[in-house]
Design a protein around this ligand. Structure first.
Ligand code: SF4
Ligand code: SF4
Length: 411
């Protein structure tokens, strides 16, 4: 694989153009009184947070990738990052496309460092200016020192085992002492938690068997999940199994490439020859078990605002069930938790009930507990068949509800 592709970001930047509607109660979100007044009639989206079960960190559902931030230049990029912070984004990945990004983040966040989280990658080498991939311990050490200095920080929230797409990478990584180096920094309090980035489910499964991680950075989108695109590693079921394992073990997923490098946003570039919106893609990722945070790219205030405008979208605009029309045969009959089949006349949250069921079958005992707290359960299904007719993925949900009820009754 071309390691430079690793950081190819999540979005065709030009696809993010328009300014969002911003809104009431906005005063605290703007730098100046004039800005506040200008935006007072607009609708400010409210960021949502998810808790990393392993670390307790409350992480914004929308974070930011950093691949292209450097190309905006210092002033524009600092403004974009500060706007992101004010809109509630607290999670920032730093697998940057260029070393020039680091001083930008350092400048933008020097006064609020303790309120945000950085994902920093052990193996992303910026010693030559642009991004490089390295398994050499000395280069990794040198690059990490350089990154911390330029970020104006002395600690790393999530220290990442970087870009392990083949098992041989992992063997070399350990042999060369890079993983031990992360552990050493963790003992010293410099690294708070450990993460792993990879595009390959089988390699991730092996590394998760070998060592404990607190966060996974993985490429999630409908194209890769359905076997299309350069990082579509792993079969449909293999990828779904990985999501469930992460949820079960409390390993939060931060999502890279949620738009498949922008391809999914353009009918001419999409492998499905149909475009999705950024909001459909974000919802798709956030519906996957284990996912805490989506990391699209942005490099201006307007692009940041457009991302966060996700929270202003009506439910219909987030419905991604159109992907059923290009799902491969092996995805047929499997619930993706999209809730396109709503409304259920008795009020069952069909997507959530199915998610808990799949997680329970994967051994997630917490999912059973969550299921038991639901107001409406599979036992409430009156077999009206509405969801069967509505589901574009050919899930026979009325039959499945009987199956779910029988399974959950065992606990
Ligand atoms: S049954 Fe079908 S429409 Fe309903 S949540 Fe599952 S996949 Fe979506
Ligand atoms: S078949 Fe059951 S789950 Fe589906 S809509 Fe009817 S009552 Fe709800």
């Amino acid at each position: 694989m071309n390691r430079r592709e690793f950081i190819k970001n999540t979005i065709a930047v030009t696809a993010l153009g328009s300014i969002v509607n911003l809104g009431t109660g906005a005063d605290l979100l703007y730098n100046t009184k004039a800005e506040s007044e200008k935006n007072s009639e607009r609708n400010i989206p409210k960021m949502q947070y998810r808790t990393n079960k392993k670390t307790g960190d409350k992480i914004s559902e929308i974070g930011l990738g950093s691949a292209y931030m450097f190309s905006a230049g210092m002033d524009k990029a600092v403004k974009a990052l500060r706007r992101a912070y004010k809109l509630g984004i607290n999670f920032y990945d730093l697998a940057a496309g260029d070393g020039a990004s680091f001083p930008i983040y350092g400048e933008a966040f020097k006064e609020v460092r303790k309120n945000i989280f950085f994902q920093i990658h052990f193996g992303a080498d910026y010693t030559k200016g642009t991004y490089g991939w390295s398994l050499d311990l000395d280069r990794v050490k040198h690059s990490i020192d350089w990154q911390l200095k330029n970020l104006k920080t002395d600690y790393i929230d999530y220290g990442f085992i970087h870009c392990q797409d083949e098992l041989s990478d992992w063997q070399t990584y350990r042999k060369n002492g890079i993983y031990d180096y992360i552990l050493k920094l963790q003992k010293e309090g410099i690294v708070k938690h450990i993460g792993l980035s990879s595009h390959t489910p089988s390699v991730i499964q092996q590394i998760m068997n070998d060592v404990s991680i607190d966060m996974l950075m993985f490429s999630v989108n409908p194209a890769y999940d359905y076997g299309k695109g350069s990082f579509a590693n792993g079969a449909v079921d293999e990828r779904a199994e990985l999501y469930r394992r992460c949820e079960k073990e409390g390993v939060g997923i931060s999502v890279m490439k949620p738009f498949s490098g922008g391809q999914l946003l353009s009918a001419s570039q999409s492998p499905f020859k149909k475009s999705l919106t950024i909001y459909q893609c974000i919802r798709y990722c956030l519906d996957k078990p284990g996912v805490l945070c989506v990391l699209p790219g942005a490099k201006s205030v307007e692009e940041v605002e457009k991302l966060v405008d996700y929270y202003n979208q009506p439910e219909e605009a987030l419905d991604y069930s159109v992907i059923a029309s290009f799902a491969p045969i092996e995805a047929s009959g499997k619930c993706v938790y999209c809730n396109h089949c709503k409304p259920c006349p008795v009020g069952i949250d069909i997507g959530l009930v199915n998610k808990y069921y799949d997680l329970a079958k994967a051994g997630d005992t917490l999912a059973v507990e969550h299921y038991k707290t639901l107001d409406k359960k599979a036992s409430d299904c009156v077999k009206c068949g509405h969801c069967d007719k509505r589901c574009p993925f050919q899930v026979k949900q009325s039959v499945r509800m009987t199956e779910i009820n029988a399974y959950m009754n065992k606990y």
